[in-house]
Design a binder for this molecule. Structure first.
Ligand SMILES: [Zn+2]
Length: 455
């Protein structure tokens, strides 16, 4: 760890412990209609864990949970942004490699480090009616305690009942993902038990006050798999193949990579002319499942099985169709079976592949380049199940804070978040489908036309 990083950590711990005692929310609106729907966005709750809870008799006021199928990478920023109908952020994560910057020696450099990853708030977070300031982000692995998570539940109830002005109230909590990463599934389930008690109490209180039922909707942005993520040895393997991992890109065999977290996905940068070669090289790294690169806005190539296989994915956005064609070798993602008769409607493909190991993989990989980040990498990589691309400083921290789960990949365990309502039976959704079920139209805009005590 560099000295500047160490100083940043100390500063971080200090400012965060201050902010823990003053978890804040947006100033509540005091006029207008009482909300009829409470949307609880819980970061990183896996479908399977929530199903276990429902099977065990929890969340009885909710209908059976449906999957929220994260786009790729199955991480927070792209998926929350799309759930809430917002444009993509600059990068997939708050600190990222920015290929658009011209440097003294070449092209591109890291934008922000671990601390800016902590300080930067994406739009979806800023626009939520309720959120925790301070102790949020994966970096708070360092300082986060369960107390914060429980405090949040109390604060949410207080603020929700003060709020007026829109039919739907949005609350987002990131700590659930951090808890999952550091403490594992058992502790997450204990926490969810508390969430269940609180939402039931909130519903009872609402009914007493207004004589009507409050709809509570729970949604999460991605899943998690409960395992200790091992590092993909990308640097060593790329070196052997004649590439050099560098801070900026100057030559045709330079690769840039920056990750502020431990994630089961990687975004890699090189000179545009080297893209295909880099995708081939990445696919030969041990514990890489597939790599992919963009050919044109409507076409990607997927390289897999040690670079022995290649798939062409074409998406026709106007017709809303997708095609998946194995050009050589075996099918690395087992998706070709759906495309025996050629292109398929995107919606149909979504439904057909829902139970796959890599659900909806073809479209999700294409979206990584076209929908999920303003800056675009040359190559995205899906590691084998159980492997991660990690920040080296954070790897040290996991040694004493724990590292119990990971996400980011195409794998269904890491992909499937949750979508459940107390009022309705909801279907499986992709992030963009959320708006068909929840009124996000006035999200962030306050409606103050009517004064009413009744919903
Ligand atoms: Zn996470």
């Amino acid at each position: 760890m560099r000295l500047s990083d160490k100083i940043s950590y100390v500063a971080l711990i200090m400012c965060t412990s201050l902010s823990l005692s003053s978890c804040t929310t947006k100033e509540p609106m005091l006029d207008g209609p009482v909300p009829k729907t409470l949307v609880l966005g819980l970061d990183g709750i896996p479908l399977r864990t929530f199903q276990k809870m429902q099977d065990g008799g929890y969340f009885r006021t909710f209908n059976p949970v449906a999957p929220m199928v994260a786009s790729f990478p199955s991480i927070s920023d792209p998926n929350w942004s799309r759930l809430y109908g917002l444009p993509p952020e600059r990068g997939y994560t708050k600190a990222y490699f920015d290929p658009t910057v011209k440097t003294r020696n070449g092209q591109g450099r890291e934008d922000g480090g671990l601390t800016s990853h902590f300080k930067r708030h994406p739009k979806y977070d800023l626009m939520s009616d309720f959120r925790l300031d301070g102790a949020w982000e994966h970096l708070s692995m360092l300082i986060w305690t369960e107390t914060t998570a429980y405090y949040w539940l109390e604060a949410l109830e207080r603020d929700f009942f003060k709020f007026r002005g829109r039919d739907t109230y949005f609350a987002i909590i990131i700590n659930s993902d951090i808890m999952t990463h550091t403490l594992g599934e058992k502790r997450l389930m204990q926490y969810l038990e508390k969430v269940d008690q609180h939402t039931e109490r909130l519903q009872r209180r609402y009914k007493e006050m207004y004589g009507q039922d409050l709809e509570v909707i729970m949604v999460s942005d991605h899943g998690n798999s409960f395992l200790y993520g091992e590092d993909v040895p990308y640097e060593e393997s790329l070196n052997k193949q004649g590439w050099k991992v560098r801070a900026t890109i100057a030559g045709p065999r330079d690769v840039a990579f920056y990750v502020p977290e431990m994630l089961s996905f990687g975004a890699f940068y090189c000179q545009p002319g080297s893209t295909r070669d880099l995708a081939q090289a990445m696919a030969q790294i041990p514990h890489v499942n597939v790599s992919a690169y963009l050919v044109s806005p409507s076409e990607i190539r997927i390289i897999g099985l040690g670079a022995q296989s290649e798939v062409q994915v074409t998406v026709d956005e106007a017709k809303q169709t997708v095609n998946y064609k194995v050009l050589r070798g075996q099918d690395p993602l087992n998706q070709a079976t759906y495309f025996k008769k050629g292109p398929l409607s995107i919606d149909k493909y979504f439904v057909l592949s829902l139970k796959d190991t890599y659900p909806y993989a073809a479209v999700r990989l294409w979206e990584a380049f076209t929908k999920n980040s303003q800056t675009k990498p040359q190559v995205v990589v899906d590691p084998s199940y159980g492997y991660v691309f990690g920040n080296k400083a954070l790897r040290l921290i996991t040694e004493f804070r724990g590292f119990a789960s990971t996400h980011g990949s195409l794998h269904h365990e890491q992909t499937m978040g949750i979508f459940a309502s107390t009022r309705r039976s909801l279907p499986a959704i992709r992030p963009d489908d959320f708006k068909n079920h929840v009124s996000v139209r006035n999200y962030g805009k306050i409606v103050t036309s009517t004064m009413s005590r009744n919903p």
